[in-house]
Design a protein around this ligand. Sequence first.
Ligand code: DGJ
Length: 733
Amino acid sequence: MEWIRYHEKEKVFELRTENSTYQMQVREYDTLVHLYYGSPVGDTLITDRIVCADRGFSGNPYEAGRDRTFSLDTLPQEYTAYGNGDYRINGLEAVQADGSDTANLKFESYEIRPGKYSLRGLPAMFGGEEEAQTLEIVLADHASGLKVHLLYGVFPKFDVITRAVRLENTGTEAVTIKKAVSMEMDFEYRELDAVHFYGRHAMEREMERNHLGHGNWSVGSIRGTSSHHHNPFVILCDRDTEETHGNCYGYALAYSGNFVFETEVDQIGQTRVMMGIHPYHFQWTLKQGDTFETPEVIMTYSEEGLGKLSRNYHDAYRQNLIRSKYVDQPRPILVNNWEATYFDFDADKLYHIAEEAKNIGLDMFVLDDGWFGKRDNDWCALGDWKVYEEKIKGGLPALAEKIHGLGLKFGLWVEPEMVSEDSDLYREHPDWAFKIPGRAANRSRYQLNLDITRKEVREHIMNQIFTVLDACKVDYVKWDMNRSVDNVFCAALPGERQGEVYHRYVLAVYEMMESLVQRYPDLLFESCSGGGGRFEAGMLYYSPQIWCSDNTDAIDRLKIQYGTSFGYPVSAMGAHVSVCPNHQSGRITPFETRGIVASSGTFGYELDLMKMSEEEKKTAREQILIYKEMEHLVQTGDYYRLENPYENQKYVLWQFVSKDKKEAVVCGVRLHSEANPRIYLCYPQGLDAEMHYEDTATGKVYTGAALMKAGLPLPLTMGDYQPVKFTFKAVEK
Ligand code: DGJ
C-alpha cells in the first residue's frame, strides 16, 4: 500500500492515513510549502489555496526579481529558518561561522522508505513495513552546507504522522544551532482553539482551552524535565470541536526535558505552530560532518472530536510506542508502602504489610523510598544505593526472599538522577553534582541533580542499583525524580558547550533507562517524577506505566486522570487507593469510590493494610476481584470520557468498551448529595447500536442504541462522592 506518494508533475508530497491527508509542495525557488492537513480529500491535490499577494513590509527573495507577491513572510511552509524575511516564529536558528544568523532552506531531495525511521538515543514510535512508512525530505542551505532532513513517519491505522528533524553539517565551517524544533506547521485562515494541560505538583494536567488570537502563545518547560507545570501535549481544534465531533489535531513531543509548543497568528490570520526542544539555554555546535537529531512529535488528526483523537493516541502508544511486554498484559496489583509508612519502617513492619497484602489478594509489594544509605528523612543518602542494614535487619535480599515466599512479587523504588549532600557519594565526589563554579547551588527537597551527562557518574549509579536488583531478584522498579534540574553546568565541557547540557541530561536519562530495560526484559518498570512530572510519550517508550500524581485524593484524581486521558492511555496511569482523610487534601471519600477511581488505571493500594478495618479489607478483596474482571478493558479497550469534571459539578462518568464492543463498563462518581434529588441520565458511547446488552447488575437487556440514545438513570445515592458503575455484556436475543 502506498501511504506516501510524490506527485512528480505537481511536485506534491501526499501522506495518507485512514482518515487524514497531509500535503506539501515544492514551489518557486525550491521552497517547500505546506498545503493541507485534515480529512481525506480524495485524489485532489490542494495546490490552489496558496494565494500570493503583495503585502507591504513582507519582502521577497532575491530570485523573485520583480515579483512582489512571493514572500516567505506569508507563505505556509514546512520548516523555516530565521533571517530570510519570514518575521514569524521560525523553527531553526543557525549561527554561521561568520556570525550571521541565517540558513536559507531549499528543497534538495527526498526518499520514501518502508517502515518507520528511528532516532539515535531518543524515544520514538517504531513500526515495521506493514505498519508504517517513512518520508525523508532534505532541505539545504547552499551557502553553508547545512542540511535539514525532515523525517515523517506515517501510521495509517492510528491516523498518526510523526515528525522529527536531523541536521547535518556538510560544509567545512562549524554551525551553531540555537533553536531546532521537531515540527512546524502552518494553518490556513482559520480560527483555532488550543487545548493544553497545565498544573503543579500534586495537581497535574488540568485542562484549559484558549482561543488563539493574533500574536504569540506558548507553553513549555525550562525545568530540565517535561514538568508538572505544562505537558508536552497540545491539541489544536476548531472552535466548535467537542468530545464527539469536530476537527482536532494533537501534537505530542516524545521528550522528557525542556520543551516548547508555540503558535503565532500572523497578519493575515494564518497560524504557525511548532514544537520541540525549548531554545532556552540550548546550543549545539555542528562541526564538519556532525549530525544532530531532534526528538519526535507524534501528531494525530480526528474529524470526530477529542474522544477519537485520544483513542488514536491510546492505540498508537499501546501498539507502537510502549515496548514493555506488560503493555497489554494484566499488571500485578500492588501495595506501595510510601503513604503507609513514609520513612518510618523496619523489616518486620514491611513484612506484615506484605503478609496482609497476600491475605487480601494483592500481587506485589513495593518498597518505596528509605531502604538505602542512612535514609530516615529526605535530607540524606541519595546516591548511596546500598541497603540500610540497620533499618532492614537481615538485609533486603532476605526480606525480598520472604516476600517472594508469600507468593508476591517484589518491587523497589530508586531515584538515580540525584545526590544528597549528606551522602557518601557526595563526600567522595562533590564535583559530580550540578553546580555552577563560584555560586551556591539551589537545593530542592534538599537534594542536588547529579551530572549524569558524565559517563562515569551514570555507570557508578546504575552499577550500584543493578547489584541490589540482582541480589533481591526485583520484579518491578519505580524510577523517581524529585526536583527540577538546576545549577546546570558540566565541569567536563568547555564554556561554549554548556548550552548542550540540558539536552545531554535527557539523553543520559534515556541511556540509563535503556540499560535497565535491556538488562531486565521481564522487569515491570514504572517511571515517576514526584508523581506526574514526567508523564509523557518519551517516558512511555521505557516504562509502560507512570505514577500519575502524588495526589491520591479520589476527587482530585477525577480531574487529573481526565486531563491525562486526552493524550495518554489509561493503562499507563498509576492509580492507588489510599487512606482517609486523604494525606494531600484531607478529604474523606468512601472506600468504594477510591476503588472505582484507582481501578481506572494501573491499580494498586498505598496505605497501611494493617490498619484497615475488617469491612475495608472485605471491600478491598471484592475490588480486586472486580478489577481483575475488567482489567483487560483498561489495558486494551476503548476509552470514552462521558462527563467533563470541569463542567459537570454533579457527577463525572467515563467508560471502557472492548474492541469487539461486546463488553462495556461505565464508572463514575456522584459528587454531591442532594435532598429530594434530580434524576441524571448516563449516556454510554461506542456501543454497537444493533447489539443487545445486559446490565449485569439488574439483568435487564437493552439495545446499544437505547443505551446510547435514551440513556440510563444514575442510581439514587445518599452522601457525597458516591461511586457509580454499570457493567454491560452483549447477549443474544
Ligand atoms: C515522590 C513519589 O511520587 C512518591 O510516590 C514517593 O515515591 C516519594 N517521592 C518518595 O520520596
